[in-house]
Ligand binder design. Sequence first.
Ligand code: NQM
Length: 363
Amino acid sequence: MSGLADAGIRCMMMRGGTSKGLYFLADDLPPDPAERDALLLAVMGSGHPMQVDGVGGAHPLASKVAVVSRSRRDDADVDYLFLQLGVDSPTITDRQNCGNILAAVGPFAVERGLIPAGPQTTTTRIRMVNSDSVVTAVFRTPGCVPEYAGTASIAGVPGTAAPIVLRFTDTAGSTTGSLLPTGNLRDVIDGTEVTCVDNGMPVVVARAADLGITGYEPVAQLASDEKLADRIQALRLTAGKLMGLGDVTSLSVPKTTLVSASRDGGAICTRTFIPVKLHDSIGVLGAVSVVTALLAGGTGAELASFPSSDGHVVDVEHPSGHLQVEVNLDTSSDPPRVLSAGSVRTARKLFDGTVYPSAALAR
Ligand code: NQM
């Protein structure tokens, strides 16, 4: 390991949606998962609130890794393993997907020569290794080179960039094995009604009002509300067991999303905790899961105002704006069946080079 620490590791930092992470080729990392994880924790500097001896961004949304390789499967071109690293604590988990980091995987695969690019756009099938599901990504590659600049804007990211269209399949039960992992559309935990859902991300959906807040409080107020954080932690610990995830104390899932009626033209207003820290916006698969729960008639469905047209695009309000996701659900079957899901993101290459982990940590 000290060899890799001395020589450094080839690494690209990219923004994927509203997250930022390190992208590696699997071949550039140790094949043994335990060795790989120790190295990545050292690269990121996890175990310190500022990740001061590493390149992590001191926030869960900037403490993320994508490990990418050519897929050996017939139904995919690229394999993408997502790893969430802790900030204060040296933890690393593959028990969740990340639809934001996913957004940059296609361009990264072209940058590293894993897949050929089309002359105008590239369509690639990415296997999300964490959930063994395949997503199709479509992105711009004029002259067979990824184009990051463009006119699409996503809430939570300044400016505009080229759009990346993500179409998901097989996201139901991504981590837990079923869309409604407790077997119920609604459960009551410690007197609070919730819907536990997993359509790409295990999420506990509860009404903001049932946790004693409006859901519209200033972000700083919610982020520093320790009582609320304690209640959310208690809720997710019980929900985790009911969802078959066991003791989730040190896991990054389930997330919790508190819903209230929209007040800016969207379908629903959300405040999401990852798992107890307030999300600056909302994750892509997190939003897909919340919308699925609401469309299925779960907790908070009466607060939602869905578009009545034949489209399935749902506008989700979050602390920094809106996220639109497409969820097509067959609610005539029990449990409901997910027909399709999708979203539009943007991404950008931030830098490419060699990263040097602390030799003292990389053991
Ligand atoms: O839900 C953060 C994010 C995510 C997850 C988190 C995500 C998704 O917004 O698809 O991308 O829930 O930890 O980056």
